[in-house]
Design a protein around this ligand. Structure first.
Ligand SMILES: NC(=O)c1ccc[n+]([C@@H]2O[C@H](COP(=O)([O-])OP(=O)(O)OC[C@H]3O[C@@H](n4cnc5c(N)ncnc54)[C@H](OP(=O)(O)O)[C@@H]3O)[C@@H](O)[C@H]2O)c1
Length: 305
């Protein structure tokens, strides 16, 4: 069957009940896309506009059936499972045009990042989808996001408001990095889909803000007079050594060690260029706007945008 573009109106999402999925589903529904959610869990909670179908990711027949009539598949939580490759096969059989696998992390075009043990499944998926796209069976987008500030700030990962410390990694508080929010990812996906087939097989590196541990320390010091803020140093090699016998893709300490290295260590490309975000029309916060978000977080308010 020859793959031809008709529309991106019908979007299937897989495993969207986790940390990322709900924000993206909201964005897609509000932008007018028809969303169908694949889940393993009977009774999985989705907003009423979403059609929900329970699937077994090991059943090719169920997956092909679930993907009939869909134009796009976006994978969130179902990524660790061999299920993601089954989803690629099923998408091809069902005539889906675009596949967006669960990437949403470090810059996988960076050779050092590709060696981090945390990305094995993602690299396997990337190789598979690229091979299928080269055969003309499907098209894909790979989206690198850097860290999601709306997930990491509340975890006290960068700025710890209990002990008034700002984290820096591997001896370099000046090292710049870029990050996003889940809302930004939703906007990016919508913008990519709205470009139609011109976005075929593109990799995007997106951002909402650019900062460094040193600037974050200066920004919070400046805004909270009376508090004694200081740096706390982390060594990502030491962090990785502590999780040596644990599964790197699933153990939270291992993920933290390797992903932090991918964001903050020199040479790992954590400071994304802004071109793709500008091309997609994404808003990039000025330093003042980022600072407002940091202060909101310190004052216990949710992160906006
Ligand atoms: N850059 C960052 O800061 C950052 C942070 C977090 C995540 N991420 C990335 O975002 C992507 C999605 O992560 P997430 O945090 O949304 O995932 P998650 O919260 O772990 O997703 C869990 C969902 O996936 C489904 N699921 C769980 N185990 C499964 C299995 N074995 N087989 C099939 N489905 C399974 C479940 O949905 P059902 O019960 O509905 O099936 C569950 O609700 C990943 O690529 C991750 O690396 C990036």
């Amino acid at each position: 069957m020859t793959l031809s573009f008709t529309s991106f109106a019908n979007v299937a999402v897989a495993g969207a009940t986790g940390r990322l999925g709900p924000a993206i589903v909201d964005a897609l529904v509000e932008a007018g896309f028809n969303v169908k959610a694949l889940t393993r869990t009977p009774g999985a909670k989705y907003r009423p506009e979403v059609e929900v179908v329970v699937v077994d990711y090991l059943s090719p027949r169920e997956l092909v059936e679930a993907l009939q009539g869909q134009n796009v598949v976006i994978v969130f939580g179902a990524w660790r499972h061999p299920g993601q490759l089954n989803l690629v096969d099923a998408a091809i059989e069902a005539g889906v045009y675009r596949f967006i696998p669960a990437m949403f992390s470090n810059d996988l075009t960076n050779p050092l990042v590709r060696q981090l043990p945390v990305h094995g499944t993602k690299l396997k998926t990337e190789a598979y989808i690229k091979a299928q796209a080269a055969l003309g069976a499907i098209t894909y987008n790979l989206i690198a996001t850097g860290p999601f500030a709306d997930m990491f700030l509340p975890k006290n990962t960068w700025i710890n408001k209990s002990d008034h410390t700002v984290a820096f990694f591997d001896g370099n508080p000046d090292s710049p990095f870029t990050g996003t929010t889940r809302y930004t990812l939703g906007e990016a996906i919508i913008s990519i889909l709205r470009t139609g087939p011109t976005s075929d097989n593109r990799t995007y590196k997106i951002q909402r803000f650019r900062s460094s541990p040193k600037r974050m320390l200066e920004l919070v010091k400046d805004s909270t007079p009376g508090y004694e803020w200081k740096f706390k140093e982390f060594d990502t090699l030491e962090m990785a050594r502590l999780c040596i016998d644990k599964p790197p893709e699933t153990d939270p300490d291992c993920k933290n060690a390797y992903l932090s290295r991918g964001v903050h260590h020199e040479g790992y490309g954590g400071d994304f260029p802004s071109e793709d975000s500008l091309e997609l029309g994404l808003e990039i916060w000025s330093e003042e706007e980022y600072k407002e978000r940091l202060i909101d977080y310190i004052n216990g308010k949710p992160l906006r945008g």
